[in-house]
Design a protein around this ligand. Structure first.
Ligand code: FAD
Ligand code: SF4
Ligand code: SF4
Length: 484
């Protein structure tokens, strides 16, 4: 399970990128010029005020140590699960008490020389030493455990939590406190990615409150979960903004996913790392499914986790999902190693309306698939053909020939339907005698403004296609896409 925690780029602002330079000034420069340590006094005050209004916002957005751990140490961090003692409230209280005692006793000593020349330097030196100690301890934990391991027990973090509680009591933070917010719990893929990328190793997807907000006091408001949620349903908002968020997503929330119990009926090896799992539905025995939708497949119970897969086929109570094994992929390794013919599996769905064809009889439809992104286009092509679409083009881009997993199916369909064209395009494989290059190379040959365009593939492929479509002047309302 060592690949559970994902190292994800958490540098989203210049301040987070370069704040660590401040450590050089105080913790290193302060050894020669102790007055630099005095900078910590206004910082501690602003930290208290921010804590009162916005919880541990400082830690995720401004803290120089956070910037050091995320930006510099992360690549060499073991990034393993936090041991229980670092999650424990007892450690947190002990650390805070020790820190306050050390700071307090040193300050008491220095106060006794108030008014003398060395007073200022001695006062500054106390903060310099504290800053240096935090840097050393934090860096050791960041390397040996995870980048933000220290942040679970940092006394400055605890101070923010205490002031946050005070802010809550005085009702000061409702206007300013921005928390991770989920647009609608029914749209969640339960994939756990928000937990896997969370630097504080929290589990937002399991803990959204009745207000659809994540109120964990250790949340540092870094937005890493927001940026990485594959469903794009997370945002960071105050309590007052929730209704606006829900309004934005109102139109997307159409079907409530149902629990489905199925038995694995067949496993078809499509190539070395791709399998089609044919699932016989048990309860319910059939589903209402729209071409382009996906289901969630449960991969584990504790913590509960699913993976999203487009429905590639559905006929008479049998549903197929086609899965490509990801090297070191957490979920696909569980699926490929553990799920066998005859096993009972739990699904949720069907869900997702992005790829459902808005007008299947539209004059011209262009489908663009990258690699395993071909899966939703099996039922979508059938749907468009059944609805007499004027012209349907399907471009499937892959690196190697064996990734053209439904080549035969689509070639046959093309022979049978004059209005359907299947264009496989291969990027790397020398053995391929057909079209060479990327999907964008084929797209460039078309008048793209003529089509309703549906795309599914890697984020990189989707980005390249979107750039091309924007350049070609295609209206936004004619573009639909999903990343697989
Ligand atoms: C709507 C939808 C439909 C989908 N349909 C399909 C489909 O039909 N077929 C299909 O095969 N897939 C599909 N997917 C993708 C699928 O849901 C899974 O994401 C995929 O199977 C990989 O899961 P995993 O847990 O094995 O990979 P993960 O472990 O979640 O890894 C995902 C990515 O993160 C990277 N990663 C993992 N660990 C680390 C690390 N420590 N450091 C850096 N990077 C890391 C991996 O390289 C990989 O690129 C779909 C996704 C969505 C959202
Ligand atoms: S829950 Fe999200 S915002 Fe909060 S610390 Fe984790 S990744 Fe950052
Ligand atoms: S879809 Fe995945 S990342 Fe997004 S909230 Fe749900 S579990 Fe978290």
């Amino acid at each position: 399970m060592e690949f559970y925690n994902i190292k994800t780029n958490r540098i989203f602002t210049p301040l987070r990128r370069y704040a660590w330079l401040f450590i050089l000034l105080v913790a290193v420069g302060g050894l020669w010029i102790p007055k630099f340590g005095l900078l910590m006094i206004p910082i501690m005050f602003s930290l208290m005020i921010l804590g009162m209004l916005k919880g541990k916002y400082w830690c995720g957005n401004i803290c120089p140590h956070g910037s050091l751990f995320d930006g510099i140490i992360m690549p060499v961090s073991r990034n393993i699960k936090l041991p229980a003692f670092l999650r424990s409230k007892i450690t947190l209280v002990l650390m805070f008490t020790w820190f306050m005692y050390m700071l307090g006793s040193r300050l008491a000593k220095v106060i006794s020389i108030w008014g003398t020349t060395p007073f200022i330097d001695k006062l500054g030196y106390i903060f310099v030493v504290n800053y240096l100690v935090v840097t050393i301890l934090g860096t050791i934990l960041a390397i040996l455990v995870s980048p933000r391991a220290w942040c679970r027990i940092c006394p400055m973090g605890t101070m923010q939590i205490l002031f946050y509680k005070l802010g809550k009591l005085l009702k000061l933070n409702t206007k300013f406190d921005e928390k991770v917010t989920i647009a609608d719990k029914d749209m969640c893929h339960i994939c756990g990615k928000c937990a896997r990328v969370c630097p504080m190793q929290l589990t937002p997807y399991l803990e959204f409150d009745s207000n659809n907000q994540f109120s964990h006091e250790h949340c540092i408001r870094c937005q890493t979960c927001v940026k990485n949620c594959p469903a794009g349903i997370l945002s960071i908002n105050t309590e007052k903004e929730i209704h606006t968020i829900q309004k934005i997503y109102e139109n997307d929330i159409k079907t409530k996913p149902e629990k489905i119990i199925a038995i694995v009926d067949e496993i078809i090896e499509l190539n070395n790392d791709t399998r089609e799992y044919v699932l016989k539905l048990i309860k319910p025995a059939s589903i209402n499914f729209k071409a382009g939708q996906f289901v969630l497949l449960k991969i584990q119970d504790n913590p509960v986790m699913y993976r999203a897969y487009s429905i590639s086929k559905y006929k008479e109570g049998k549903l197929s999902i086609t899965i490509k094994k990801v090297p070191n992929g957490y979920g696909t390794n569980i699926i490929f190693n553990n799920i066998k013919i005859g096993d009972q599996v739990t699904l949720k769905g069907p869900m997702g309306d992005t790829m459902v064809i808005k007008n299947p009889s539209a004059e011209k439809l262009l489908f663009v698939a990258g690699g395993i992104g071909i899966t939703p286009f099996l039922p979508m092509t059938e749907e468009a053909l059944n609805n007499n679409a004027g012209e349907i083009k399907l471009i499937h881009g892959v690196n190697y020939i064996d990734e053209l997993i439904y080549n035969q199916h689509f070639t046959k369909l093309m022979k049978e339907n004059r209005n359907f064209e299947y264009i496989p395009v291969v990027a790397i494989d020398e053995k391929w005698s057909g079209k060479r290059g990327l999907v964008t190379d084929v797209m460039k040959e078309l008048d793209l403004t003529q089509y309703k365009i549906y795309m599914c593939g890697s984020p990189a492929m989707i980005k390249a296609c979107l750039d091309l479509l924007i350049e070609a002047g295609v209206e936004e309302e004619n573009i639909y896409y999903e990343t697989a």
